[in-house]
Design a binder for this molecule. Structure first.
Ligand code: FES
Length: 605
């Protein structure tokens, strides 16, 4: 990987240190991007087996980029901006992530038992403390050096009072859907608060700064978003908080917000529209977490926003519009494309055109079954699901074009959920007016199903805003409702998500990346529990015994694949399984952000 010359306007050159070695970086780059641009793909090692870890999503979701930055462990390198003199250390590795002396542990990963933490090292009793002393050195995420100067900086004395939120409707998500919902609800007369986590309003899309590479869809998206944002900011009935996180719904009713202005509200006294969109998903196949397996949105960001060439030769997994747009980005970056892989039996006209123009193959009815490479990707083994034939394709970059709806807030609110592959995974059950099964909770846009057009996201936002306002007594012309629903029908051309494959050679693919849990470990525990007939707590017990869903990503990367794997082995529908508890916060916070009392001047709650 290297920087593409003259592709983007870079900030001032700065110098950072990675594991004692200097690296050139530029202001406004994230730590992760600067390290990738320096040609280093391995940012860290995994907790259990010391496998190489790199960025996957670049949106703060997958938590595979955790690094010690300026003495503070577990910071997401994909979200942290560099500064001159910054000191960065890779975690779980000695002496560094690229050459980790403990990498040999991985060779035994197939022989180590899943429940190792619970069932072993207990006897003889007198040796237990000695075992623990050694084991502790290999566990825990990151090391906190209490003598780091950064920890002795006095806390800010500026009070951050916790407000009771007064708005009738809170909207989580400030992209096309959320902003459309806000305008629609406010035009009906409701008071609205929009919370948007990111400081820039691009959804998860890259800025696409390189003018030669702008596609018309994206331009339309940006101009629509800008238009909506201007209207939202001008509207007297709407408050718009950027950089504000709806951290979760506590005890099913308390909405907690952390931002420059902190707040709390209560369901159902306040209505909630969830328009949080989708995040990147990864199928299960052997070596599915090797550096060089990147989400399409990360690859687009590397090229368009940071001017970094992500690899020499790419294999693209997916057949949706995301696959076409990432192919366009790769061509611009002069990365060769080996071809496209899709589980679908046929592909859209657009993808066929792109493949024909490039003179590359589309492997339909196929999945990536295995990836070869020690420290990073060298080639992929593609399997045809109809005839079982295998094909090896050389690539140093595998681009994953799969998405899944975000589901955490829906679960916190207690909404009834269904597993729907056409929508991309776990989604809330809603009626045709986008009301969930929980009173005054509504879901719209990609949080309710991926592969939606921008028009449909807007239409759903308008409908959700209208219905949420109407349900609390702000009625508007009934004819409008008919207009909105017919608009939605017009745009709701059925588009199916690329189905996520969970095949993996001998179950060796990883499902949980935070805790290194492989597919066969889940299946083994599933069989054991079936024999023990502990049906009621089945998924909860598998979680406790394997550690899946308990890592820093809080299940975002693994919950859907976990349910898919159980369902396939038991010949069930994934909706059959109880979903283990999903706890707030939805995204990591500083402990100080939650502190009450003297720390933050919060004495009012
Ligand atoms: S790459 Fe940083 S959280 Fe996914």
């Amino acid at each position: 990987m290297e920087r593409i010359k003259k592709s983007v306007t870079r900030g001032k050159a700065v110098s950072i240190t990675l594991d004692g070695k200097r690296i050139k970086a530029y202001e406004n780059e994230t730590v992760g991007m600067s390290i990738l641009a320096a040609g280093k793909r391995t940012l860290a090692r995994s907790l259990k087996y010391h496998r190489p870890r790199s960025m996957f999503c670049s949106t703060g979701t997958c938590h595979r980029c955790l690094m010690e930055i300026d003495g503070i462990p577990n910071r997401r390198a994909c979200l942290t901006l560099v500064r001159d003199g910054m000191v960065i250390r890779s975690q779980n590795s000695f002496p560094n992530a690229e050459k980790d002396l403990f990498a040999f542990i991985d060779k035994f990963s197939n022989y180590l038992q899943t429940s190792i933490y619970h069932h072993h090292f207990l006897k003889p009793k007198f040796l237990r403390q000695s075992y623990l002393k050694v084991l502790k050195k290999f566990t825990g995420l990151g090391r906190l050096d209490l003598h780091q100067p950064v920890l002795t900086i006095p806390e800010s004395k500026t009070p951050r009072p916790l407000k009771k939120l007064k708005s009738e409707i809170v909207i989580a998500g400030g992209s096309l859907t959320g902003l459309s919902a806000a305008l629609s609800a406010a035009d009906s007369g409701a008071s609205v608060l929009v919370l948007e986590e990111k400081k820039s309003l691009n959804g998860q899309l890259s800025e696409k700064k390189r003018s030669g590479l702008l596609d018309t869809d994206f331009l339309r998206y940006r101009s629509r978003l800008n238009e909506l944002e201007a209207k939202v900011r001008d509207h007297p009935g709407i408050e718009f908080w950027q950089g504000a996180i709806l951290t979760g719904i506590y005890e099913g009713i308390h909405l907690g917000v952390v931002s420059p202005d902190d707040g709390i509200a209560e369901l159902p006294k306040t209505s909630l529209i969830i328009a949080t969109g989708a995040y990147d998903a990864l199928p299960v196949f052997r070596n599915n977490e090797l550096p060089g397996i990147f989400s399409a949105r990360l690859v687009e960001k590397m090229i368009y926003d940071y001017g970094i060439k992500p690899g020499r030769r790419a294999l693209i997994w997916g057949s949706t519009k995301l696959a076409c747009s990432v192919a366009e980005a790769l061509i611009g970056a002069k990365t060769m494309i080996s071809g496209f892989v899709t589980i679908s039996p046929t592909v859209s006209g657009k993808l066929s055109e792109v493949a024909e123009d490039l003179g590359v193959k589309v492997w339909t009815d196929s999945v990536i079954f295995d990836v070869k490479g020690k420290q990073e990707v060298n080639s992929a083994i593609i399997q045809n699901k109809v005839n079982g034939k295998l094909k090896e394709v050389k690539s140093d970059l595998i681009v994953i074009c799969h998405l899944q709806p975000r589901y955490e807030l829906q679960l916190h609110a207690g909404c009834e959920m269904v597993f729907d592959e056409q929508s991309g995974g776990l989604v809330a059950r809603t009626d045709s007016m986008l009301r969930s099964t929980q009173e005054r909770v509504y879901v719209a846009g990609e949080a309710l199903g991926i592969e939606k057009s921008n028009d449909l996201c807007v239409a759903e936002g308008i409908l959700a805003g209208y219905v949420a306002a109407q349900d609390i007594g702000h009625s508007r012309d009934g004819a409008l409702l008919e207009e909105f629903t017919s608009e939605m029908e017009k745009f709701a051309v059925l588009k199916e998500a690329e189905q996520i494959s969970i095949d993996s050679k001998k179950g060796e693919g990883y499902v949980c990346f935070c805790q290194d849990v492989k597919a066969h470990e889940l299946l083994g525990e599933n069989e054991t529990l079936k024999k023990e007939m502990l049906d009621d707590f089945h998924t909860e017990l598998i979680k406790r015994r394997t550690g899946i869903l308990t890592g820093p990503c809080q299940g975002k990367s693994c919950l859907c694949n976990f349910l898919r794997i159980l369902a396939k082995s038991d010949d069930q529908d994934p909706s059959h399984y109880p979903i283990p508890t999903v706890r707030p916060p939805v995204t990591p916070l500083k402990i100080n952000d939650l502190a009450l009392g003297a720390h933050n001047g919060r004495t009012d709650v």
